[in-house]
Design a protein around this ligand. Structure first.
Ligand code: NAP
Length: 454
């Protein structure tokens, strides 16, 4: 099993790690149990003090942390710094709000007193992807630790240094030893942990096959899961929209994180009256993007995560072209070292092509033309995924219709889909189930206990 940091901008292997043995995993779970027994008895105030400290460490060490992420998976340094700041935000958000989210909730019944209270479960396994190496983990860890759970992290095998850094941050923040542990293991070692009685639940952010595997094992073990899977988000633009703004934001949404974001706008569904104008402006916006060294502040787009991923992704584009898609611009492998891919735009995408139904996890925009909002919503919903969605219109009736009928975990009006600690995050259909962030996120791994006193 290869666990290694390999710089996708250069192809250089920077560091390799040995996967943990079964015995080491067993010991880590035992430590997680001990840490949980301590943490569950801590006051919210004490947990919050550590979480605030974690936020401070993130802020103080942001440049170094960001460099490690950029080196391991190629996101631009500027976006990596933004990610670190967002992690500090989610730590503070839960430091400040966890107690209120988990407060006893009195319910009037025939009993003298009845209420629901929220108790932590215990060690929770988090299986996480490489695309936001810190954010995906903190989005789980901040609420989980504030609730009194402990975390076991199985991070993606290509971001081991980012993974180890997270454990180090929580340790230095003052949480009990073993409260948050990074396990350097491969996907095949996950089952041992899921079947261990001492592990209470699992959360997975990643692809459908990985999600289905974790959920089916947890199903057999009767353990709760949260799944945050892929997306093929629609970005609908109607004639009343501010076209320049829609193009600008749509370009950002599609190309953020070098095109590798679950909630990126992937399918641009444009009203026929403005289709040509939108396309022309988007071509200009894509042509303006600077592709290159992700460590350089002037760079908008760094490499894809690996040359192997790039080959798969390009295969998807080639198949779409064979099935009748038209290449408006770009969407091609770039020469030279590193996993660079030229951002592109395709139109006339056939319903028979994989790209129509699959997640396009690269900076390639798919354009579709429709005649009205009904057709736009119908096309948006013609996808196995249901993560985010974005609709651009100033027409109130169209906004209401989109909010009501789009099959997605979120609908953003005149803005791009994004995650925010103050709003729940998650998908429906094959994008997963359960919610992260806010009260929903912190309660996901709590026992909502009913108490009734006669
Ligand atoms: P991935 O291949 O599914 O990997 C995600 C994690 O699952 C990694 O830690 C991976 O470990 C592990 N894994 C893979 N197969 C497994 C199995 N059979 N059993 C247990 N663990 C397994 O996904 P990815 O390529 O890293 O991430 C990209 C995907 O994540 C995209 O589909 C994206 O949309 C989705 N995503 C969703 C969200 C969301 O919030 N909904 C956010 C970010 C990303 P190894 O690295 O060792 O294989």
């Amino acid at each position: 099993m290869t666990i290694q940091s390999k710089n996708p901008a250069t192809g250089e292997v920077v560091k390799t790690f040995e996967a943990l043995t079964e015995a080491q995993i067993d010991l880590a779970i035992a430590q997680s149990v001990v840490a949980h027994e301590a943490l569950r008895d801590w006051s919210f105030k004490k947990r919050a003090a550590c979480m605030e400290k974690a936020a401070k460490i993130l802020e103080d060490e942001s440049p170094c942390i960001a460099e490690i992420m950029t080196m391991e998976m190629g996101k631009t340094l500027a976006s990596a710094k933004g990610e670190v700041e967002k992690c500090a935000w989610v730590c503070r958000y839960y430091a400040e709000t966890a107690e209120a989210h988990l407060a006893d909730d009195i319910v009037k019944t025939d009993a003298t007193k009845s209420y629901r209270c929220y108790r932590p479960l215990g060690p929770v396994l988090a299986v996480m992807p490489w695309n936001y190496p810190l954010w995906q983990v903190f989005r789980f860890a901040a609420p989980a630790l504030m609730a009194g759970n402990t975390g076991l992290l199985k991070h993606a095998s290509n971001v081991p240094q980012s993974a180890l850094l997270i454990q180090d941050i929580f340790q230095r923040a003052g949480f009990p030893d073993g409260a948050f542990q990074t396990l350097l293991i491969g996907g095949s070692q996950v089952e041992q942990i899921l079947r261990d009685d001492r592990v209470w639940a699992a959360t997975l952010t990643g692809s459908e096959p990985a999600g289905a595997s974790v959920a089916s094992i947890c199903g057999e073990e009767i353990k709760p899961t949260v799944l945050e899977l892929g997306g093929s988000d629609a970005f609908i633009v109607m004639p009343s929209a501010d076209l320049d703004e829609a193009v600008k934001v749509g370009t950002t949404s599609r190309t953020q994180n070098n095109g590798q974001s679950c909630i990126a706008a992937k399918r641009f569904i444009i009203h026929a009256d403005i289709y040509d104008g939108f396309k022309a402006k988007m071509v200009e916006a894509f042509a303006d993007l600077t592709i290159g060294d992700p460590m350089d502040d002037a760079t908008d787009i760094g490499p894809l995560v690996s040359v192997e991923a790039r080959a798969t992704i390009d295969g998807q584009v080639q198949k779409a072209l064979k099935a009748g898609a038209i290449r408006v611009m770009g969407a091609e492998i770039m020469d030279g070292d590193g996993a660079f891919y030229r951002p592109g735009i395709l139109e006339n995408i056939s319903e028979d092509s994989d790209a129509y139904h699959e997640e396009v996890f690269e900076p390639v925009a798919l354009l579709f033309k429709v005649d009205d909002i009904e057709a736009a919503i119908k096309l948006a919903n013609d996808s196995p995924f249901g993560l985010g969605s974005s609709v651009w219109t100033t027409d109130k009736a169209e906004q209401d219709q989109a909010i009501r009928d789009l099959e997605a975990g979120a609908t953003f009006v005149n803005s791009m889909t994004s995650s925010d600690p103050r709003l729940p995050f998650g998908g429906i259909k094959r994008s997963g189930y359960g919610r992260e962030l806010t009260a929903e996120g912190i309660r996901a791994f709590c026992n909502c206990k009913t108490v009734s006193i006669a």
